[in-house]
Design a protein around this ligand. Structure first.
Ligand code: TXA
Ligand code: MG
Length: 317
C-alpha cells in the first residue's frame, strides 16, 4: 500500500512520481485531491482512468503562487483579483481564461480553466517540490463521496495511485466554492466559502448551483469545444474511397488509408494514450478544415468509455 505520512522524504518521493507523470493523492484543506502534472496530458489522462469518470469533466488546477498562476491563466478580471486578495490561499476556485500551456484534456475543451491556490501546508509543499501546477479532482471514484482522510483514499483508490500522502483529516471536508466571471460573476458550486463571504468582498453575485457545476460541464454549453467539421463514428471498412478523399480519419491504433489526412490515437493500442491525445488530435485535424472527421470506435472499457462518450457528444452536434 503506497500510503505514507507527509514527511520531507515522502514529499520528495511524491514530487518525483509527479514529475515522472505519476498520480499522487494528497490532502488539501477541503478534501483529498488526486494530483498530476497539469501540463502533462498523459499524466492527466491517468487521473480520469483511476477515477473511472464516464466523461472528461474539467479538472481544478492547483497553483502555488502568482507566478504559477500566470502560467495557466490569462490576466484576470477585477472581481477575481479582489477575491484572490481576500481568500487565497484557500478553498476558492476561480474559473478564468486559460493559457495555451493548459492541455485541452484538463479543461475538457473549454476556453476556461478552474484554478485555486490551496492553503494546506502539505499541498503547498508538494506543488513547490514538483515545480508545476497540479491538476487534481477529489480523490474518489466517480459518483462516490469525497475523501476527507487518507484512509478513505486507500479504501477507494488503493492500488490505482502511485502514492497517497497522509496529512490527517482535512479541515473543510467539503470542496472549494467555484466562481465564474463570464458572462456575470456566478457561483457554480457552493463550497467551503459561503456566498455571504463572497458578496461581502465583491457585492451581489448570481448563482447557478446545478449538479456540481453541471451547466458548465462538457457537452452542455455552446462554448464547449466542438470541432467545426462534423464528426462521424465509423467502421472504416464501410467508408468508400470517394468519401475518404475530402475527409480526415482517426483510427484507434492505425491511421486509416485513403483519407486526406489521417492519424492514429495510439499506435500501441493504449486507451490511456488515446484519451490523452483525443482532444489534441481533433483540434489539429479540425484546423485543416476537412469536410468531415471520421473516427473509429475504441473499445468501450476503462478510458474507452470516456472517449466514446465524448465522441458521441461531438457526433450529435
Ligand atoms: O476542493 C476542491 O475543489 C477539491 C480539492 C481537491 O481541490 N477538488 C474538487 O475537484 O472538488 P472536482 O474535480 O471533484 O470538482 C471540480 C469541479 C467540477 O464540478 C467541474 O465541473 C468544475 O469544477 N470545473 C472545472 N473546470 C471548470 C471550468 N473550466 N468551468 C466550469 N466548471 C469547471
Ligand atoms: Mg469531486
Amino acid at each position: 500500500m503506497p500510503l505514507v505520512s507527509a514527511s520531507s522524504d515522502a514529499l520528495d518521493a511524491a514530487a518525483a512520481h509527479l514529475r515522472r507523470g505519476g498520480i499522487v493523492a494528497f490532502p488539501t484543506e477541503t478534501v483529498y485531491g488526486l494530483g498530476a502534472n497539469a501540463l502533462d496530458v498523459r499524466a492527466v489522462a491517468r487521473i480520469f482512468e483511476a477515477k473511472g469518470r464516464p466523461e472528461f469533466d474539467p479538472l481544478i488546477v492547483h497553483v502555488l503562487d502568482a507566478t504559477m498562476l500566470a502560467r495557466v491563466a490569462l490576466p484576470l478580471p477585477p472581481a477575481a483579483l479582489r477575491l484572490i486578495e481576500r481568500f487565497w490561499p484557500g478553498p476558492l476556485t476561480l474559473v478564468v481564461r486559460k493559457t495555451e500551456a493548459v492541455p485541452h484534456l484538463v479543461t475538457a475543451g473549454l476556453p476556461t480553466v478552474a484554478v485555486r491556490m490551496p492553503a494546506h501546508p502539505v499541498a503547498r509543499a508538494l506543488i513547490a517540490r514538483t515545480g508545476v501546477p497540479l491538476a487534481a479532482p477529489s480523490a474518489n471514484p466517480f459518483g462516490y463521496l469525497s475523501p476527507t482522510r487518507a484512509e478513505h483514499v486507500v479504501r477507494m483508490l488503493g492500488e490505482r495511485v502511485d502514492m497517497i500522502v497522509n496529512g490527517g483529516p482535512t479541515e473543510h471536508g467539503v470542496e472549494s466554492t467555484i466562481v465564474a466571471f463570464e458572462p456575470t460573476v456566478t457561483i457554480l458550486r457552493a463550497g467551503a466559502i459561503a456566498r455571504e463571504a463572497i458578496e461581502a468582498a465583491i457585492g451581489p453575485v448570481a448563482s447557478d448551483l446545478g449538479d456540481d457545476a453541471a451547466p458548465l460541464s462538457p457537452g452542455r454549453l455552446p462554448q464547449h469545444y466542438a470541432p467545426s467539421a462534423p464528426i462521424r463514428i465509423v467502421d472504416f471498412e464501410s467508408v468508400p474511397p470517394h468519401e475518404r478523399a475530402a475527409a480526415a480519419g482517426v483510427g484507434f491504433a492505425v491511421a486509416p488509408p485513403g483519407y486526406r489526412v489521417a492519424r492514429a490515437l495510439s499506435t500501441q493500442g493504449s486507451l490511456r494514450e488515446a484519451a490523452a491525445r483525443l482532444f489534441d488530435v481533433l483540434h489539429e485535424l479540425d484546423a485543416l478544415t476537412p469536410a468531415r472527421i471520421d473516427v473509429e470506435a475504441v473499445p468501450a472499457e476503462g478510458l474507452g468509455v470516456a472517449i466514446m462518450d465524448r465522441l458521441r457528444r461531438a457526433e450529435r452536434r
